[in-house]
Ligand binder design. Structure first.
Ligand SMILES: Nc1ncnc2c1ncn2[C@@H]1O[C@H](COP(=O)(O)OP(=O)(O)OP(=O)(O)O)[C@@H](O)[C@H]1O
Ligand SMILES: [Mg+2]
Length: 403
């Protein structure tokens, strides 16, 4: 390809994009878009709004604990209410301040407090302060605002798992030193076990209001997708079975609206890339394959070393046969750890890790009886071998162990 060819290639790609018959506005399907209307969440939205409405009357709103599985609209609902509240407060000229922090990206107490302080117009110097000093400044800042401060801590499990609930406790307790101002916390999580990890005092303060987001069913997902597709796609760009299929696939995975929207968006992208003017069932199937691959890759990449070694052993053992037994896996895993000069974990732990890999859907493990030899587990690879292998190979230690 010479300079001229390359120019003409770019020209073609760009003009092709302008001719899209599929997407009217693709951004309406991306995760950052917060819709103005969230069907099936009226109750939750109303409850959050009515708790927060205290702020408009100059009282401290209750803390709120929001939980539900992934993709059930928690973030979208809270953002929608916060947006509405801010608008109303400014119309009424009532001092209400809000701060939104996603703890997945900000998973240290220091970063969280710094973000809240900054979003309230406070300054955080580059040179590190102690966390106690930072908290003191936040408290001073809140005090000087003479208003109601609402802090949203989204995906709060990331913060708590890393640093415990101390920060949360301090935030909630800050009110004891404040008179004309207050802080209310909205904690959001999809980790239903999180509650058990909280100190009872934090639990009861945060749970002043508890709001649960149940999963969507296939019918609800269908209707969500239909609404959204009107904003995102040109009329008649979707074949009639596309939305029902996306909804059914996502409903199978615990009713995750994000998954449903991702499938629809990616199916649209697939159709567009191949220059078609309609999205079909095949595009949804292809999109599903792609998303599946991404997910497997992500899950495998984040496994601890010994789980990766066990998975690598399973992959090797099942290269030219269907399954392997736990005994064989332990043997292969021991050889691999020895070659790295590492200690093995106990056989008991290996069995547990195998069950964990099974629960993640990477492998399937089935107990079979071998007569008088007792029972053993037979293990098969369940997810795409290619994706598992690609992710394992990213790990330098493991790379050369895969045959
Ligand atoms: N009722 C709904 N109507 C329209 N879109 C929705 C609805 N519920 C969720 N969505 C959309 O689905 C996607 C996922 O929702 P959201 O991000 O709020 O999930 P979440 O509950 O916060 O999940 P997670 O726990 O993974 O953070 C978003 O794009 C959101 O706009
Ligand atoms: Mg969320």
């Amino acid at each position: 390809m010479d300079e001229k060819d390359m120019k003409s290639m770019l020209h073609d790609v760009f003009s092709e994009a302008m001719k899209s018959k599929i997407f009217k506005d693709r951004d309406k399907l991306t995760p950052d878009y917060v819709p103005e209307y969230l069907p099936f969440r009226e109750d939750q939205i109303k409850r959050i709004a009515s708790a927060l409405s205290q702020a408009l009357r100059g009282s401290r709103p209750n803390n709120i604990f929001v939980y539900g599985l992934t993709g059930t609209g928690k973030t979208a609902a809270v953002k929608l209410v916060i947006r509405g509240l801010t608008e109303r407060a400014s119309e009424l000229r009532v001092p209400v301040y809000t701060s939104y922090v996603n703890c997945r990206q900000r998973d240290t107490g220091y970063r969280v407090i710094a973000d809240i302080l900054e979003s309230l117009g406070g300054k955080v110097p580059f040179t590190g302060l102690s966390i106690a000093e930072l908290q003191r400044r936040l408290s001073k800042r809140v005090d000087s605002l003479r208003g109601r401060v609402i802090v949203v801590l989204d995906e709060i499990d990331f913060l708590i798992k890393k640093q415990g609930d101390d920060i949360l406790y301090k935030l909630i307790r800050m009110n004891e030193e404040l008179s004309g101002s207050s802080v209310s916390v909205i904690g959001i999580t999809n980790d239903l076990n999180l509650v058990d990890m909280l100190d009872p005092r934090v639990k009861s303060s945060l749970g002043e209001e508890e709001i649960v987001f149940p999963p969507y069913d296939a019918v609800q997902l269908r209707s969500i997708l239909e609404d959204r597709s009107k904003l995102a796609f040109y009329e008649n760009a979707l074949e009639s079975d596309v939305i029902p299929l996306c909804a059914a696939l996502a409903a199978r995975e615990h009713g995750d609206a994000r998954k449903a929207l991702d499938l629809l968006r990616m199916a649209g992208e697939m159709a567009e890339r191949s220059g078609k003017d309609k999205v079909t069932r095949e595009d949804v199937e292809a999109a599903r394959g792609e998303l599946e691959k991404d997910k497997v890759y992500e899950v495998v990449s984040s496994l601890p070393l010994h789980a990766k070694l066990i998975l690598a052993s399973i992959l090797n053992l099942t290269e030219d046969r269907e399954s392997a037994t736990t005994g064989e896996i332990f043997g292969e895993y021991s050889r691999k750890t020895a070659s790295l000069g590492l200690e093995t974990v106990t056989q008991r732990r290996v069995t547990d890790i195998i069950s964990e890999l099974d629960m993640m859907g990477l492998i399937s493990a089935r107990v079979v009886s071998r007569g008088r030899y007792g029972k053993t587990k037979v293990v098969k690879v369940q997810a795409s071998r290619e994706s598992i292998e690609a992710a394992l190979k990213e790990d330098e230690l493991i790379e050369h162990l895969l045959k």
